[in-house]
Ligand binder design. Structure first.
Ligand code: PBG
Length: 329
């Protein structure tokens, strides 16, 4: 009898053949490592909700960037915590804020490392929402178009400091087009745009909100972030961002949305990123601490699954550890 097999046993049984015919390869050059930059000097403090991640002053962020580069990581993404917050998030577009200062310091220290900046207001507003809050008949809401103006200002400040890419994560309508137009008009045609195109309103952001001190003080983000139940809407979001000039589109979170990621890759065949978010990271860390799992094996499996589902770029807090482990293999 002829036996059939999806992968012939003669290949499965040989290590060289398993290696040769593996379909997905995870490499450090697809990782982006997030850094949380705070005001001050020589400051480095672990974030309690995200063990292994730190609040860093600008000088410490530059040192961390050098370490990433040495591990073969080619890009970082910066989040900023301002010295003060107000309803309009003014520190978000202060050219002397922690993010623009960190961009300059990192570009000076490691020019070949790509620097991406998160463009959003939630870390900078006193109410913790991603935009300008107004009132409507149902209570508070975020004013989409007022917010766009501030996001554009923030993106221009980051580009002016030398960011290679800006990454709007607010989920306001038309922000990609507005930012692209403003960047071009200001002479930043070379600055790229990574759009958080399909960003879901997710419980997996919990640990990040402590890290960025950005938990909304009232209400939630459901009026601007996507409903986890919606799939077709993600395709429409991506289509609009591609039309408006995004260079890379992102799905966020990653693990509970791998179906969305695969569909977007197949449909648009466009540079695609996935954000392996804080909740996904901290769950692994907590389980590892309790001795419930093999952290290294689990992280590499998770990153492989995100890549297999279609991500070219993976933003992940595991980046440094994974880069080290991949060197050992
Ligand atoms: C800002 C922003 C958030 C994350 C990235 N950018 C938080 C949010 O939308 O509440 C989450 C990242 C993570 O959980 O790792 N809007």
């Amino acid at each position: 009898m002829i036996s059939s097999s999806a992968r012939p046993r003669r290949l499965r049984n040989l290590k060289w053949a398993r290696d040769m015919f593996r379909e997905t390869r995870v490499t450090a050059d697809s990782f982006v490592y997030p850094l949380f930059v705070v005001p001050g000097k020589k400051y480095k403090k672990e974030i309690s909700s995200m063990p292994g991640c730190f609040h860093l002053s600008v000088d410490e962020a530059a040192l961390e960037a050098e370490k990433c580069r040495a591990l073969g990581i080619n890009a970082i993404i910066l989040f900023g915590l301002p010295s003060k917050k107000d309803p309009l998030g003014k520190e978000a577009y202060n050219p002397k804020g922690p993010v623009p200062e960190a961009v300059r310091a990192i570009k000076r220290a490691v020019p070949e490392l790509a620097v991406i900046t998160d463009v959003c207001l939630c870390e900078y507003t006193s109410h913790g929402h991603c935009g300008v809050v107004t009132k409507n008949a149902c209570g508070h809401m975020v004013d989409n178009d007022q917010t766009l103006k501030l996001l554009v200002k923030e993106a221009l400040v980051h580009a002016g400091a030398g960011a290679d890419f800006v990454a709007p994560s607010d989920m306001m309508d038309n922000r990609v087009g507005a930012i692209r137009e403003a960047l071009d008009a200001a002479g930043f045609q070379q600055t790229g745009l990574l759009s958080y195109a399909a960003k879901y309103s997710s419980a997996f952001y919990g640990p990040f909100r402590e890290a960025a001190q950005s938990a909304p003080q009232f209400g939630d983000r459901k009026t601007y972030q996507m409903d986890p139940a919606n799939f077709l809407e993600a395709l429409r979001e991506v289509e609009l961002d591609v039309m408006q000039g995004a260079d890379i589109v992102m799905v966020k979170p990653a693990l509970a949305y791998l179906d969305v990621l695969r569909a977007i890759k197949d449909k648009f065949q466009f540079p695609t990123a996935a954000y392996n978010v804080s909740g996904e990271y901290s769950m692994v860390k907590a389980a590892a601490k309790q001795g419930l799992i093999n952290e290294k094996a689990m992280v590499l499996e998770i990153l492989t699954s995100i890549k297999r589902a279609g991500a070219d770029m993976i933003i992940t807090y595991h980046a440094k550890d994974a880069a080290k482990w991949l060197k050992e293999i």
